[in-house]
Design a protein around this ligand. Structure first.
Ligand code: SF4
Ligand code: SF4
Length: 283
């Protein structure tokens, strides 16, 4: 049986908010019988874009992560709902807009914070995957349709095919620590969950400093090499996808014909930019 999944490529999201606005347009003030009550104009973010800045000047990047109901297969909200939250055979989770009235406990049951409380209607609400449109033959929800960069993809496949896709594209759940089996999968999530080490290497010869391409950069913890790379044509390097709390490490930089340099750094919670390292040319 084919089921719906959403794939979010974090590297392609530019924070244009089209997905957020399209979803607002679909639900604000609109009652969709059997699926959802109207979303209030203010306060709800059924698609909620998180932001993370990494690095220090001049090597900085900003990552945007669209989040929404994950339509979990092992959903705490379904368990808490006692019939007020339905898991459909196609994988979509729907909070019943009649049965869930007054059930604030359903908001609290979601460990992702993906359920919003409609004060006026006394109702928990979340993104429905636009199930009403898909049931009418749409091929994708409006957030996907409105995304100009292809950061969002909706796929309806068997769980076996989805498992293969997850492996093939290295997809991850937004919170691997939560065992709810989400149906929203993230690509390039390391830009949100991991840190990088970066810097610039110059070679100094005859009193002139110039960008040094091909310098070897090795990140070491004790006697163990954690990662390695080479500088590019501009003498710059970046090692991404590092754990946030590696503690004290050594960065060893070398190039044939130049003296080597070693820099001691602390990786603790944020990316590290070591600035400009000058290797002196051997006489
Ligand atoms: S993300 Fe939250 S609201 Fe959505 S299915 Fe999972 S537990 Fe339920
Ligand atoms: S529409 Fe696409 S690019 Fe724009 S914020 Fe949403 S996911 Fe990101």
């Amino acid at each position: 049986m084919s089921k719906w999944n959403l794939i979010v490529d974090v590297a392609e999201c530019h924070n244009c908010n089209n997905c957020f606005i399209a979803t607002k347009d679909e639900y604000v003030g609109n009652e969709i019988k059997g699926y959802s009550a109207p979303q209030p104009l203010h306060g709800h973010k059924w698609i909620n874009i998180l932001t993370k800045e990494r690095g220090q000047h001049p090597m900085v990047d900003t990552t945007y992560v669209p989040t929404m109901c994950n339509h979990c297969d092992d959903a705490p909200c379904v368990k808490a709902g006692g019939g007020a939250v339905e898991k459909r055979p196609d994988g979509i989770v729907i909070i019943n807009p009649h049965k869930a009235v007054g059930r604030h406990d359903i908001v609290e049951s979601c460990p992702y914070g993906a359920i919003w409380w409609n004060e006026e209607l006394s109702l928990p609400q979340a993104w429905t995957f636009d199930a009403h449109l898909l049931d009418r033959g749409w091929k994708e929800p409006r957030c996907v349709q409105s995304c100009p960069t292809g950061a969002l993809r909706a796929v309806k496949v068997s769980d076996e095919d989805m498992a293969a896709l997850i492996a093939q594209e290295s997809l991850e759940p937004i919170r691997p620590d939560l065992a709810t089996r989400p149906r929203v999968h993230y690509k390039n999530l390391h830009r949100f969950t991991k840190v990088f080490l970066a810097g610039e290497v110059l070679g100094s010869k005859g009193g002139v400093n110039d960008c040094l391409a091909g310098a070897r950069v090795s990140l070491n913890f004790g006697e163990t090499q954690i990662a390695a790379c080479e500088t590019d044509a501009f003498g710059e390097f970046r090692i991404d996808g590092l754990g946030q709390d590696l503690g004290g490490c050594r960065v060893e930089i070398s190039h044939d014909g130049y003296s080597g340099e070693t820099v001691t750094i602390q990786i603790k919670g944020d990316s590290v930019v070591i600035g400009t390292i000058v290797l002196k040319g051997n006489p």
